[in-house]
Write a protein that binds this ligand. Sequence first.
Ligand code: FPP
Length: 259
Amino acid sequence: MASRSKKTIKTYDTAGLKVPVSLGVIMDGNGRWAKKRLLPRSAGHRAGAENLKELCRNCGNYGVKYLTVYAFSTENWSRPENEVSQLMKLFVEFFEKYDPELEQEGIRVRFTGDIASLPEDLQRVCREGEERSKHRPKMQLIVAFNYGGRRELVYAARRLAEQVRKGEIDPSDITEESISSNLYLPDVPDPELIIRPSGEMRLSNFLLWESAYSELWVSDTLWPDFGYEELTQAFRDYAGRDRRFGGLSAKDSDEGDKK
Ligand code: FPP
């Protein structure tokens, strides 16, 4: 298991790697990380937040432009009240206390999710975080907060239905492109790669529409321990993936046989 204290020389040399422009990360395993150390789950979330800073630094330095992280799903409200309230405190602290570090790294913060349904104080933290960071050039950190892929599709469907009701579009104008452009953040490219630490082989309602052709990379490491080496390995493996988008690669086609 990678140790968080292990000193690693970070080169950000991209030879042999493919760095995605848009990357998704499901930050899973904080609770298990804490339990293994006989610590409360909140300690796992705190270690997870520390690791998010590290991920931002590493992704920014590798040249990722959009990093979308799954922080809190529309289903996570069903967790014990104490865990939810500690997570909310941690989010506020992260975006206020850690912002100077994100600023130093040139990282812009944005949120995706049902932000309008959050309590007003959390909405304000999101708004201010976005406003304060909007000119930062290096990378966008997109935090999926009160996010559900299904809820995002409901949001897009309602927006399109409203446009039909007003007579602005015809139902036959609804296309894959128009659905994409009515999602929460239409300017953010679909993730080419989604990383899920902690061994689970599912998307858990993360970026359902946007992940149609994402490559998936899963590791057994729990999120707080997921570091530079594994990120680098994910980019190395991604370089070897053959993304066909439902088509064929040149070597597999009958035309390729004739060459
Ligand atoms: C899922 O793992 C993780 C979460 C529900 C919370 C993710 C939050 C953080 C990493 C904190 C930092 C985030 C921000 C944006 C400041 P789990 O805790 O359910 O782990 P388990 O599956 O081992 O129980």
